[in-house]
Design a protein around this ligand. Sequence first.
Ligand code: HEC
Length: 119
Amino acid sequence: MILLLLACATPAPSVVAETTPPPRRATARECATLPDVTWDAWGDGFFRTYCTACHSSANTAARSGAPEGIDFDSEGAVRAHATDVRRVVLENGTMPVGGGVYPEDLVLLEVFLACGLKD
Ligand code: HEC
């Protein structure tokens, strides 16, 4: 599984909690062997499906407690919080509230953060 392969390269959770490294970026060579996961083709839909009901800059009234300024309605906004996205979704599984992310979407999120997310 891609997810497990990439996960092996990340530090243990206790270390992550102390140092919070940036999302691991895969090399071009590694990315060439992985699905082509871009914002337009996949990321936009993923964050709309699982996150922007609460985390959207267009949503100031009914955020269900999602902190102000933590929004995922653009690639730049996701990039600004990429380390947190990795931690809460892939490492801790605390987001989205209530869970329910399809396993294949977790794999693709890992690939998106490692390869698809533009700098
Ligand atoms: C039903 C509403 C809801 C949805 C959907 C949701 N969140 Fe959240 N999110 C919250 C609330 C409430 C908090 C503040 C409480 C907390 O941190 O647990 C929060 C906090 C966060 C934080 C900051 C907390 C931290 O530890 O850094 C991040 C990052 C985050 N969410 C990411 C996401 C991502 C990514 C998704 C989609 C995969 C998502 N959330 C989906 C409601 C939501």
